[in-house]
Design a protein around this ligand. Structure first.
Ligand SMILES: Nc1ncnc2c1ncn2[C@@H]1O[C@H](COP(=O)(O)OP(=O)(O)OP(=O)(O)O)[C@@H](O)[C@H]1O
Ligand SMILES: [Mg+2]
Length: 259
């Protein structure tokens, strides 16, 4: 398998404090890769650096062999790298369908003039976009909630909407930041199946997650961050038995990868 996303020694500092130092990863096309580590390890910072939310202060990022370091998040998304957020930001006063349609905007093929004139081409394209958005909502199990306002969703439903919105960009690589945080075991099981289905559609998945049952259950490989540094990587059973990993978690006291 070839690498679809790589970072070469990326670092991020906030006001002189190093949040990420010299992190190099290789994500292989078609894999489910997890990034784990104690709270504050730099996991979300890694996603922010890769997607251009907070560009790295040093190092380089490549997507399908092309350098994307420092590109704006929307450019990165257009090039095939989409993410979900740890802190959800749906448009509360819009329906789910509208929330997903906004995500699809960059895929609308109709030109500005056609849009203004509301031509037949525009209507046909709009219908196609709507159809695709409905399919995405069905894919994440929200087909019956299409017309609900996002603010009326349960916590778990909002997380599924967040995944649908990211998928609306038709990414090659999907970054998920704690997709099952706060979910019950039934919901977590559903998301595990969903991530597997996403992969079978040819999308590479990189997931940050604290739920070790999920991480150990679906990851092809795992990278471990601690204090902004990569301390281990490998197959789930290798990472679980790694002494540095065990120490990092015991030191942090929380979320030990033992179960
Ligand atoms: N925008 C920011 N400004 C200043 N410091 C930040 C910023 N974002 C993150 N940090 C700091 O960088 C470090 C890494 O934070 P990050 O959010 O990446 O951790 P994390 O591994 O995602 O943790 P968690 O598991 O709790 O989500 C922390 O010390 C955090 O306080
Ligand atoms: Mg985080």
């Amino acid at each position: 398998m070839s690498d679809i996303l790589t970072t070469d020694n990326i670092s991020v500092a906030f006001g002189g404090v190093s949040a990420l130092s010299g992190v190099s990863v290789e994500v292989r096309e078609g894999e489910i890769l997890s990034i784990i580590g104690p709270n504050g390890a730099g996991k979300t910072t890694f996603f922010n650096a890769v997607t251009g939310t907070f560009p790295p202060s040093a190092g380089r990022v490549f997507l399908e062999g092309k350098e994307i370091t420092g590109k704006k998040p929307h450019e990165v998304a257009r090039l095939g790298l989409a993410r979900s957020f740890q802190n959800l930001k749906p448009f509360a006063e819009m329906t789910l369908l509208e929330n997903v349609l906004i995500g699809r905007e960059s895929h609308a093929v109709t030109g500005m003039l056609a849009t203004l004139l509301r031509t037949r081409a525009f209507a046909a394209d709009e219908e196609r976009q709507q159809q695709k958005a409905r399919e995405l909502l069905a894919f994440v199990g929200l087909e019956r909630r299409q017309e609900s306002l996002a603010r009326n969703l349960t916590y778990g439903e909002r997380k599924m909407l967040e995944i649908a919105r990211a998928l609306a960009l038709e990414p090659r690589v999907l970054l998920l930041d704690e997709p099952v945080a706060g979910m019950n075991p039934t919901e977590t099981g559903f998301v595990m199946e969903l991530v597997r289905k996403i992969r079978t559609q040819g999308i590479t998945v990189v997931m940050i997650e604290h739920d070790m049952r999920m991480v150990m259950g679906i990851s092809d490989r795992i990278y471990v961050l601690d204090h902004g540094e990569l301390i281990a990587s490998g197959l789930p059973h290798e990472v679980r038995a790694n002494h540095r990993v065990i120490e990092a978690y015991l030191g942090g006291g929380k979320h030990a990868p033992t179960h």
